[in-house]
Design a protein around this ligand. Sequence first.
Ligand code: AMP
Length: 126
Amino acid sequence: MAYAYDDQNIFAKILRGEIPNNTVLETEHALAFRDLYPQAPTHVLVIPKGPYVSYDHFAVEASDAEIVDYTRAIAQVCKMEGVSLDAGEGFRMISNAGDHGVQEVPHLHVHILGGRRMGRMVQPQS
Ligand code: AMP
């Protein structure tokens, strides 16, 4: 079964400029912006500009240039936000995928969370 991408998702609309966002960083292949409902003092979402639904989709189908640019954008955001290990106290990076991953927005995004200790990685099922 092929990966299916729905271009009506909210991050696709952000990329098309149809709805606003609070941009932290924009590169050739990536956009980073603040989460609308932050769960930590730092809560930034980093998305590729290409139509990828999840990290595995991106890793399989994106070009080398997209993968390098996106990966470096994540590192740059961590540094800019003062949470990278050469600039701060660390962070948690999460990328939810699909139903079992409880992904709400079906466009690849990593959450960069920092500025406080994060607690247990996986909460009891709810
Ligand atoms: P996930 O459950 O991993 O798909 O997370 C989706 C995230 O997108 C949530 O943390 C939401 O708070 C965030 N979100 C939804 N809409 C927006 C928006 N328009 N701008 C910024 N963040 C958003």
